[in-house]
Ligand binder design. Structure first.
Ligand SMILES: Cc1cc2nc3c(=O)[nH]c(=O)nc-3n(C[C@H](O)[C@H](O)[C@H](O)COP(=O)(O)O)c2cc1C
Length: 175
């Protein structure tokens, strides 16, 4: 089965991870861009008004028979909203898919626990796996619980390569 990565990133962490994973898996990578400029304010506004942003995305570029790996940040315990537009277009069409995020994960394993339910609702099907890579792990212990510190964290290329290696091993066991 072929693999396609579809990713979105605001501050670069998930783009770096998606690029590294695409290299590792030698697969197609579709990077989603938004039509309007994104800021923390528009994240809040879209959250409050449940708005789904406009993006540049051509559905015909995706072979829905492929194993699709979605990679994006998590915002307020939800998949970053630009990917939700992709989900609208692919709902009911994907075969196997996974969701991966380089995110904060402030409460360890209990973070973002509604994701599986959300993804099932958005795509009409459960993901075969959700992998959260928590950036807090790269911070000194005393800063790990600081959301501010973690949100500022920029993933290094070497760390993203390591994450991609771990994810690729995890995926090989199940796909
Ligand atoms: C407004 C906002 C809300 C966030 N909410 C969450 C959250 O609920 N859970 C989480 O794990 N990370 C959360 N994060 C952290 C991002 O997922 C994290 O910083 C991510 O690495 C950013 O990815 P990017 O660099 O690809 O944009 C939030 C970030 C922002 C800006």
């Amino acid at each position: 089965m072929k693999t396609t990565i579809i990713s979105y990133s605001l501050s670069g962490n998930n783009k770096l991870l998606a690029d590294q994973l695409a290299t590792k898996l030698s697969c197609k990578h579709i990077y989603i861009k938004e039509k309007s400029k994104r800021s923390y304010l528009t994240i809040g506004m879209d959250f409050v008004f449940k708005r789904i942003p406009k993006i540049d995305f051509l559905e015909k570029e995706v072979n829905t028979e492929d194993f699709i790996i979605f990679i994006a940040p998590i915002w307020m315990s939800q998949v970053a909203f630009p990917l939700k537009k992709v989900f609208q277009k692919l709902k009911g069409k994907t075969k196997n898919y996974a969701f991966i995020s380089a995110c904060i994960g402030p409460q360890g394993k209990k973070s973002n626990r509604g994701l599986a339910k959300q993804l099932k609702k958005d795509l009409g099907k459960k993901p075969i796996i959700i992998i959260e890579k928590h950036l807090s792990e790269f911070l000194p212990i005393k800063s790990r619980h600081s959301i501010k510190e973690t949100m500022k964290y920029k993933l290094k290329k070497r760390q993203a390569q390591q994450m991609a290696q771990q994810i690729s091993r995890q995926l090989k066991q199940i796909v």
